[in-house]
Design a protein around this ligand. Structure first.
Ligand code: ZN
Ligand code: ZN
Ligand code: ZN
Length: 141
C-alpha cells in the first residue's frame, strides 16, 4: 500500500506534510524522535514549521498510522505502524531498530489489579537492549 492509500484508508486528507512524515518514517530503519523526524521532513519540504509537524504527528497517531514509544530518558520516539493490534516494542540502543512484540505484561497483571479494584487506563512497556548486529559490532557475546 502506498502512502496516499494509507491516508485515504484512514479518511485523512493527503497533505504534503503528512506524506513527508510517513515517507521519512517508512524509509527509516530506526525509530525517530520528533526533532529527528522534523529535520528529515525539512529536507523534503523546506519551510515546514515544527508545530505543523507535531500537530500532524498527533493526527497520524490517533488514526493508528504511527506508534509512539516512550524513550528511556524522556521524550517520545515514533515509527510507522508495522503491526496491527496491541503490541509493544523492543528497541536497540545501538542503532535504534525496533522489533514489535505481541507479548503484553498487562494480561498477567490485570487479574491481580482486579483484586485491588484498580482499573488501569493506560500502560507502557518498553525493552531496551542491543540487537544481534550491534552486539557483534561491540563484541558482546
Ligand atoms: Zn509498533
Ligand atoms: Zn542495533
Ligand atoms: Zn500492552
Amino acid at each position: 500500500m502506498n502512502i496516499d492509500e494509507m491516508l485515504k484508508q484512514k479518511q485523512l486528507k493527503v497533505t504534503p506534510q503528512r506524506k513527508a512524515i510517513l515517507t521519512v518514517l517508512e524509509r527509516s530503519e530506526s525509530v525517530l524522535s520528533a526533532q529527528e523526524l522534523f529535520r528529515e521532513v525539512l529536507e523534503l519540504l523546506p519551510g515546514t514549521n515544527f508545530s505543523t509537524i507535531y500537530r500532524n504527528l498527533d493526527t497520524l497517531l490517533s488514526r493508528g498510522l504511527l506508534c509512539r514509544i516512550p524513550r528511556e530518558n524522556g521524550g517520545d520516539l515514533y515509527e510507522i505502524r508495522r503491526e496491527e493490534g496491541h503490541h509493544h516494542h523492543v528497541i536497540c540502543k545501538g542503532c535504534g531498530a525496533s522489533i514489535p512484540v505481541d507479548f503484553c505484561p498487562m494480561e498477567t497483571l490485570n487479574c491481580q489489579l482486579e483484586e485491588y479494584g484498580f482499573t488501569p487506563t493506560e500502560h507502557h512497556f518498553e525493552v531496551y537492549g542491543l540487537c544481534s548486529k550491534c552486539k557483534k559490532q561491540h563484541r558482546i557475546p
